[in-house]
Write a protein that binds this ligand. Structure first.
Ligand SMILES: Cc1cc2nc3c(=O)[nH]c(=O)nc-3n(C[C@H](O)[C@H](O)[C@H](O)COP(=O)(O)OP(=O)(O)OC[C@H]3O[C@@H](n4cnc5c(N)ncnc54)[C@H](O)[C@@H]3O)c2cc1C
Length: 447
């Protein structure tokens, strides 16, 4: 087993920790990784902070385990290794009329990572989270056994892995459901909202008509403009809905990446003035968008710029995402947004969405209500500010998304996720010696 020493961080580029990294090429080689005392699997490193880093301990990078194993072309059921990414699936199966059923805002994530964080996307209100497209998976346990988990067999292990943060074992393969599509385009509509009341009303209205929706909120608008932004909604376009010029290639793939941020931008590039200007520009660019949009623009606008995370400078950034219950949700969103606009921590990108019903794993993030994701560049006061927000979110009955979190402490995590005790009982059953752990699991007391 070839081990390299690498300093790893998450997508937020917060200075990370040195790990002992291995890149197994074959499933058989993964057994050898159990010789680490402590280890954590890693996918494409798109979690924002310390979810897949492991100070001085083992990191099992799954990227080379990216083979397709079987495909049922009639029903769209794919079996693949856990290091296969959504981008790989799109490249191969979209030209055959199949698309990932549930996708987050980037296609550069692995199936193992999608399960471990039970990822959600713009269509959560219609489709729920990633668990809904997984039929089963196989997982290597700390005692060396490889077991299958599904809704009937090892069902406790199956459910606990959705939001299980890689802490129960190494997912080796998964069988997932793809979605039949006629085209790779969306019928899209964009609606501008002048303030939060208008935005929340538009979100509510859009749900019945559109399977996908997400609102961008101008992070610098305050006072009577608080919550100003643009709601983008869409449905997969049928062939009949395409304009004639697109009908000759209805399952077109995206173009290869063209743009790149080649180095870290200096931190001063993001100051109050530049963020204000950028947000105003974004508002006017998006507000009248309507018509037909390619999936790459609709689902993955950030993927168009390679290494866009370097734009936040060497100090990095966090993405703070929380969900609040429907009850008093609107009022509570306003309270938190006001707190953010009053703070001197400049938020860059704000995204608001409504989650639908959810009954997923014990540490899974989504529940019915409003979710808000905010990018904050790192600055000295940020940690104490997010602590204040954590307490507000907790008091409001909400919780933080562990797949993105950087700063949550153990007590607050445990208060936000009271089901952690049940989850720990399952961990004790399948990983009694606590082999699987990460920087995140030690920070929030999950090991
Ligand atoms: C631009 C961008 C947009 C995003 N949008 C969304 C969004 O809309 N919704 C959303 O839910 N998330 C979103 N995310 C977060 C991202 O989808 C998740 O963090 C996802 O889990 C990353 O997958 P990965 O393969 O990069 O895994 P990593 O980040 O490398 O690891 C994530 C977790 O998965 C575990 N893991 C990885 N492989 C395995 C395996 N084989 N077996 C067991 N555990 C494993 C790791 O231990 C870790 O705990 C976004 C991220 C970015 C950068």
């Amino acid at each position: 087993m070839h081990v390299t020493e690498e300093k790893l961080s998450g997508w937020g580029n917060i200075p990370g920790t040195p790990g002992k990294v291995v890149y197994p090429n074959m499933i058989q080689e993964i057994q050898e990784t159990l010789s680490f005392d402590k280890a954590i699997p890693r996918g494409l490193g798109r979690s924002y902070a310390d979810q897949a880093t492991n100070n001085e301990c083992g990191v099992i990078n799954m990227q080379k385990l990216n083979r397709f194993i079987a495909f049922d072309d009639v029903n769209g059921i794919l079996t693949c290794e856990a290091g296969v990414s959504l981008a790989d699936i799109i490249q191969v199966f979209t030209p055959r009329g199949w698309f990932p059923m549930i996708t987050p805002g980037t296609k550069f994530i692995t199936i193992g990572g999608a399960i471990a964080n039970n990822v959600h996307g713009k269509s959560h209100h219609a489709d729920g989270s990633f668990i809904n497209c997984v039929h089963n998976f196989t997982i290597l346990l700390s005692d060396g056994r490889v077991v299958t988990a599904n809704r009937e067999e090892n069902s406790d292990l199956f459910h606990a892995n959705f939001g299980g943060l890689g802490l129960l074992g190494i997912i080796l393969t998964a069988t997932i459901q793809l979605r039949k599509i006629e085209t790779t385009y969306f019928v899209q509509k964009a609606k501008a909202a002048k303030n939060l009341d208008e935005m929340l009303a538009s979100i509510d209205e859009s749900e019945a008509e559109y399977t996908s929706s997400v609102a961008w909120i101008d992070s610098m608008a305050s006072g009577k403009n608080l919550g100003r932004g643009v709601l983008t909604m869409g449905n997969h376009a049928t062939l009949a809905e395409l304009p004639d010029k697109l009908k000759s290639n209805p399952l077109k793939l995206e173009k290869k990446l063209k743009l790149n941020v080649p180095f870290y931008l200096p931190s001063f590039t993001l100051n109050t003035l530049t963020v204000k200007l950028l947000n105003t520009l974004l508002y006017f660019m998006q507000k009248n968008g309507a018509g037909i949009a390619h999936y790459d623009k609709f689902f993955y606008p950030l993927d168009m710029i390679n290494n866009w995370n370097r734009g936040y400078g060497k100090r990095g950034f966090i993405q703070y995402q929380f969900v609040l219950p429907d009850e008093k949700g609107k009022e509570n969103i306003r309270t938190i947004l006001t707190e953010i606009t009053k703070s001197d921590c400049i938020p860059f990108l704000n995204v608001l969405k409504r989650f639908g019903n959810e009954q997923a794993g014990l540490l899974s993030f989504p529940f019915k209500g409003y979710t808000f994701a905010i990018d904050f560049p790192i600055k000295p006061k940020l940690k104490s500010f997010t602590k204040k927000l954590d307490n507000m979110v907790l008091d409001m009955g909400g919780r933080i998304y562990l797949g993105k979190d950087a700063y949550l402490d153990e007590a607050t995590f445990k208060a936000m996720y009271p089901q952690y005790k049940e989850w720990l009982a399952i961990k004790e059953k399948y990983d009694p010696l606590n082999k699987f752990s990460s920087d995140l699991s030690r920070r929030i007391g999950l090991c």
